[in-house]
Design a protein around this ligand. Structure first.
Ligand code: GLN
Length: 198
């Protein structure tokens, strides 16, 4: 579609299809991105949920770590959900040995923060940046944002105060999966960032 923003979903591992479908529903030209030349052709990137240590390893195998770090440093809008948030964090805890991130968000993120018994749950989140209904958020072995540095800001917290959504300029990171509960406002926010940049 002419004039649609062209955005990529990092397609190394994880729930790529759900994000691509949601972005297409919102009118974006959504393509899968696995290689540097594919990254070079998009104006924004979604990093899906999945397993961050695998996404990290594959990104290095596919020669994507440096290009993504450079794109982030150059201001490319990125939305990371769950493992995608881990990949956007400047610092992580409970990582596997040698695990790296792309970085970009000034925050410390703990992997698998909700423990084993509660592998999956849904919660309603008040997101002050959004009008209307609370966000219905699905947490699937999600991370938590343990501390937020001065460059980043909190978008949403659980009732107990734990931070589960952060933003830093063109970067948005979520502990949960909006793409599986029909929540579109984070993707719209990401697409707004893409539109105002391109
Ligand atoms: N536990 C996963 C990780 O460490 C994240 C889970 C998810 O993305 N649903 O990457």
């Amino acid at each position: 579609m002419a004039g649609s923003p062209r955005v990529g979903v990092l397609a190394l591992q994880g729930d790529v299809r759900e994000h691509a479908a949601l972005l297409a529903d919102l009118g974006a030209d959504a393509v899968r991105v696995r290689r540097p030349e594919e990254l070079a052709r998009v104006d924004g990137l979604v990093i899906p949920g999945g397993e961050s240590s695998v996404i990290d390893k594959l990104s290095r195998t596919f020669g994507m770590q440096d290009p993504i770090r450079t794109a982030i440093a150059d201001g490319m809008p990125v939305l990371g959900t769950c493992a995608g948030l881990i990949m956007l964090a400047d610092q992580i805890t409970d990582a596997i040995d040698g695990q790296e991130t792309f970085g970009g968000i000034d925050a410390v993120v703990r992997r698998n923060a909700f423990g084993r018994q509660v592998e999956s749950f849904e919660a309603e989140l008040i997101v002050p940046a959004f009008d209307g209904a609370p966000v219905r958020a699905a947490f699937i072995r999600g991370p938590v944002v343990e501390s937020v540095g001065p460059a980043a800001s909190v978008l949403a917290s659980l009732d107990d105060g734990r931070v589960v959504a952060v933003e830093q300029g063109h970067l948005i990171g979520l502990s949960f999966h909006p793409e599986i509960t029909g929540e579109t406002r984070f993707h719209r926010r990401f697409l707004d960032r893409v539109a105002s940049r391109s």
